[in-house]
Design a protein around this ligand. Structure first.
Ligand code: ADP
Length: 240
């Protein structure tokens, strides 16, 4: 396996059409097999950054390489390597689990391998529920269906946008276990969160983003040692 970063973000900026600078000169490398948490308050630019990395939103400046593929010029190759679990729960209430995961095109759809779908559903303990409609599932199961959908084309990198926003403590722990399990299967994970304790619990490395600037990227343990540092705590807690 190559040591080169699986994602390389180079001098990335995003200015929206209203002139708002949502990302300013972001440089970032994601290592293969790690769990990387992008931590910051609401409105900091977390969703914008992962949307640009995934190629859903165009950058104003800079570029993103996914395993050596430029995500604009070579977007098909780049996208095939990426899965994205959005914040919103699915509204396909009457569709079965199997159909949701195997037939809905998803963001980065390509032909699905039924054997792989079975493996994904089993690993997310959804196999027994494959013929259930989504409206019959618990909140935790619905979230796992979204993850299964994002994994259906066998990506190497999985982005999870605020995977535990608005869920209770028990479900949050369940999601943490699921994400760790995926990492153990070799998937590189990038998640966004505004919970310090979630980043602390989950991540190998943490990037702190504030007002569109990646203010630091650190190994989790090093960052936690610095949490006594008032300046950092302010970065994380101050609203925009
Ligand atoms: P986060 O995910 O950290 O909560 P976002 O990336 O969603 O933050 O948003 C960052 C900032 O960019 C916010 O101030 C938001 O209002 C702004 N923003 C997001 N999308 C647009 C858009 N299409 N046009 C203008 N501003 C936007």
């Amino acid at each position: 396996m190559s040591d080169a970063p699986i994602i390389r973000v180079e001098e990335l900026s995003k200015t929206f059409s209203d002139g708002f600078k949502a990302l300013v000169d972001v440089d970032l490398e994601i290592h293969r097999g790690e769990i990387f948490a992008l931590l910051g308050p609401n409105g900091a630019g977390k969703t914008t950054l992962i949307s640009v990395i995934c190629g859903l939103v165009n950058a104003s400046e800079g570029r993103v390489m996914v395993d050596g593929h430029d995500n604009v010029r070579d977007y098909r190759a780049a996208r095939a390597l990426i899965g994205l679990v959005p914040q919103e729960l699915t509204n396909e209430a009457f569709t079965t689990v199997w159909d949701t995961v195997s037939f809905s095109r998803g963001l980065f759809g390509k032909p699905k391998n039924p054997g792989h779908i079975e493996k994904v559903l089993r690993s997310l303990t959804l196999w027994e529920k494959r013929n259930n409609r989504l409206l019959e599932l618990s909140g935790g199961m619905k979230r796992r269906v979204l993850i299964a959908k994002a994994l259906s084309h066998e990506p190497q990198v999985l982005f999870l946008d605020e995977p535990t926003a608005g869920v209770d403590v028990e479900l949050r722990r369940e999601m943490w276990e699921v994400v760790r399990g995926l990492r153990d299967q070799g998937v590189t994970i990038i998640l966004t969160t505004h919970y310090i304790e979630e980043a602390e619990e989950m991540a190998d490395r943490i990037g702190v983003i504030r007002r569109g600037e990646l203010v630091l990227v650190e190994d989790k343990r090093a960052l936690m040692r610095k949490l006594g540092n008032k300046e950092l705590t302010l970065h994380l807690q101050q609203p925009l």
